[in-house]
Unconditional design. Structure first.
Lengths: 431, 288
């Protein structure tokens, strides 16, 4: 008798739990699955889950599941889901290169069908790149770039014909030749080299080679790797390197050398100079990079938001896109993780201070009339080999003083093979 | 039955360590060989070896050269300093214990931290340059780091390594020295031996087992050197372990990285073998 009662009670408990579970499941509303290759470090994930998304869920009742994922995992998963015809990802956050590839395979929804996002103007250069393969493939979400930082002391040593204004505004006089003259004068008059690059093993100097110098001198990152213009470019760099701080080959980020005043002019990724500007906002200015014979070339890092075809909660995902591109949300992202806004309204909303100094420099560079935008190619795991080709060229030509004409042909062949092997398109401005 | 149990006992006793070694050393080693010589499709390949030895992008020969050079410079200096310190500290004086602690202190500092300490000492605005500038010895900071000043970088690395890891050699030799019976030294003194003679004929021979242990440990560490070099010189001074790291993390060449690891393992095994062969101390055989 007692055992029968026990069984009865147990059964009742199980039934109640089941009903409650089903009830809760039905009542929780839509859950948007957001797979992102960006904001993956633990700290940034915590920001997304604890600060960025809760206000959105409160406002709309839509739960968001943020999935931090590597590019290669995302590509594999998306391919499998597309082939199986059962898509589980509602929203993708990825860099331009990856989204470009997904769009080329027809995996992305044309976002123009959702209409316009009101009250925000996207930067024209970003808007242009998001319309690819005949569709509006993604909404520009966050951006970053590599800029130059100048210690104000360096303005006392400007070469003839170059003014402080030229440098800050990025006029036609702010050229690579002017940079050379400036670095030379600094070296001669202060007694030590004052220009620095992050050319250490973990530094991003390679981006300066393929995304800044190459396009500025040859008009392309890859196509003209071995060309008369490229030879000129390497000869220029060899000359410039005489006035570059030799310890550059051990620096991974420029914030510290700038703060230690070992260098007065430096080039680096915005995230890697931030510390210097935050600690001494009155000492530094962020300026656009110089221009070369083919234009003012710079790398634009754009992260975009895209919706895969047949996503289960496409409308909810669009609402999340709407939320993430609001000016105040974009400013919050800049403050917490250092990615710059993609909408003009947000740039105006940044409170004055170090971030304002940086975003002004970035905005001047992005808005330059002679801008030549370069994008980092999407080569997946082969990205390392891509970088190494430029670094080997640098080491042999500039550090070991070899003849560019002897070094470049072999490496150019390797570079071309790399793109063929991966089947990736050449990155802008080549394509 | 009893006899068989006795025969088996040693094997049973070592079985746990064998299992441990097989799992934590044997298996990764085999996996390393597989990564180095088998491609993604499961075929045997020599591509990784070819890349490592001949590619313009590979710094294998430089890495081998600098790793060996660094070991060759650092280890003799460390052993000499460690023997001197150990002998000095066997004399009883006030504050001796404190002195021992201070000498051993760098042992608790990681190689990366040691690299950072020396970087901040030697850098342009660092302690050494400020001192020299204030003393009026120099008018411009001495630049220690950068490819252009490869040999200054090398000196910085040697300084950091000697500072950091003399302690481990010292600890072993100091312990060995404590075990040498005072009677032997007294006997030598009775026969009128000079300090050099005592060192040459009594102390060094009796120190051999400790010296062997110290040299094996220190040499194996020398071929794994990474953190301090990476911080102080980046890839200006390539070393084997640093190249393994770079190939894996920056270039995603897992097979090549595994190959570097195997090269380091082979060198270590070979050197360990040489040491054990050449240090077979005679007195041990006599003493048994």
């Amino acid at each position: 008798m007692a055992s029968k009662t026990l069984v009865g009670i147990a059964a009742l408990v199980v039934v109640i739990i089941l009903i409650a579970g089903v009830f809760l499941y039905m009542g929780r509303g839509a859950t948007v699955v957001w797979a992102s290759t960006q904001l993956n470090p633990a700290q940034e994930q915590a920001f997304v889950k604890e600060e960025l998304l809760p206000p959105f869920t409160q406002e709309t009742g839509i739960e968001v599941q943020f999935v931090a994922i590597s590019y290669s995992d995302l590509a594999t998963r998306l391919e499998a889901e597309m082939q199986a015809g059962k898509v589980t990802i509602d929203l993708i956050g990825d860099l331009h290169g990856g989204l470009d590839l997904f769009a080329s395979k027809g995996w992305l929804e044309d976002l123009s069908k959702f209409g316009a996002l009101e009250g925000r103007t996207f930067l024209p250069s970003l808007e242009k790149f998001s319309n690819i393969h005949g569709i509006k493939a993604y909404i520009p979400w966050m951006t970053a770039t590599y800029v130059m930082v100048v210690n104000k002391k360096a303005f006392d040593y400007l070469p003839e014909g170059l003014t402080k204004d030229d440098v800050i505004k990025g006029t036609d006089k702010w050229t690579y030749d002017a940079l050379l003259a400036w670095a030379k004068k600094l070296y001669e008059e202060t007694g030590s080299p004052k220009l620095g690059f992050p050319a250490g093993p973990k530094g991003l100097f390679v981006r300066f080679l393929h995304g800044y110098l190459y396009p500025a001198f040859t008009g392309a990152q890859v196509k003209n790797f071995n060309s008369p213009e490229a030879v000129q470019m390497w000869e220029y760099l060899r000359e410039l390197w005489k006035y570059v701080h030799p310890s550059s080959t051990t620096w991974d980020a420029m914030a510290d050398p700038l703060l230690r005043e070992e260098v007065w002019i430096a080039w680096d990724h915005t995230a890697r100079i931030k510390d210097a500007i935050v600690q001494k906002p009155d000492q530094f200015v962020v300026v656009p990079v110089p221009k070369g014979p083919k234009g003012r070339a710079f790398i634009l890092v754009v992260a975009g938001l895209a919706i895969p075809k047949n996503a289960p909660n496409a409308d909810a995902a669009w609402k999340l896109i709407d939320y993430l591109t609001r000016p105040e949300v974009q400013v919050k992202v800049l403050e917490k993780v250092g990615f710059f806004p993609t909408v003009k309204e947000a740039t105006g909303a940044i409170p004055s201070g170090p971030l304002k100094i940086m975003s002004e420099g970035v905005a001047t560079q992005l808005g330059a009339p002679d801008a030549l935008v370069a994008m980092i190619p999407s080569l997946g795991p082969k990205g390392g080999d891509f970088k190494q080709i430029y670094l080997t060229a640098f080491e042999q030509i500039v550090l070991n003083n070899q003849d560019p004409a002897a070094v470049l042909p072999d490496l150019a062949q390797q570079l071309m093979n790399l793109f063929k092997e991966v089947g990736a398109p050449l990155p802008p401005p080549d394509a | 039955m009893r006899v068989e149990r006795d025969k088996l006992l040693p094997y049973i006793l070592v079985a746990p360590s064998i299992a441990y070694m097989a799992f934590f050393i044997g298996y990764p080693l085999l996996e390393g060989v597989r990564l180095a010589f088998v491609d993604e499709k499961g075929r045997f390949t020599l591509a990784n070896i070819e890349y490592m030895l001949y590619s313009v992008h590979s710094k294998f020969w430089d890495a081998l050269k600098f790793t060996t050079l660094l070991a060759g410079v650092v280890i003799p200096i460390e052993v000499a300093i460690a023997i001197a310190l150990a002998m000095l500290l066997t004399y009883k004086f006030k504050g001796r214990d404190l002195a021992v602690y201070v000498v051993v202190l760098p042992l608790v500092i990681s190689d990366v931290a040691a690299g950072l300490i020396w970087y901040s000492m030697l850098t342009g605005g660092g302690f050494l340059n400020k001192l020299l500038l204030n003393l009026g010895v120099i008018s411009e900071p001495v630049i220690f780091f950068g490819r252009e000043y490869l040999w200054r970088e090398f000196v910085a690395v040697v300084l950091a390594e000697v500072w950091r890891s003399t302690a481990i050699v010292f600890v072993i030799l100091f312990a060995g020295l404590q075990m040498i019976s005072g009677e032997l030294i007294e006997a030598a003194e009775v026969f009128g031996a000079s300090p050099m003679q005592k060192l040459r004929h009594i102390i060094l021979p009796l120190l051999k087992p400790s010296l062997q242990a110290a040299l094996i440990i220190r040499t194996l560490f020398a071929f794994q050197v990474f953190g301090s070099v990476w911080i102080l010189a980046g890839r200006d001074i390539p070393v084997l372990a640093g190249e393994a790291y770079y190939e894996q993390v920056e270039l995603h060449h897992t097979g090549v990285a595994a190959l570097y690891a195997l090269v380091i393992a082979c060198i270590s095994l070979f050197l360990g073998f040489i040491y054990i062969k050449s240090f077979r101390a005679k007195y041990l055989e006599v003493g048994v």
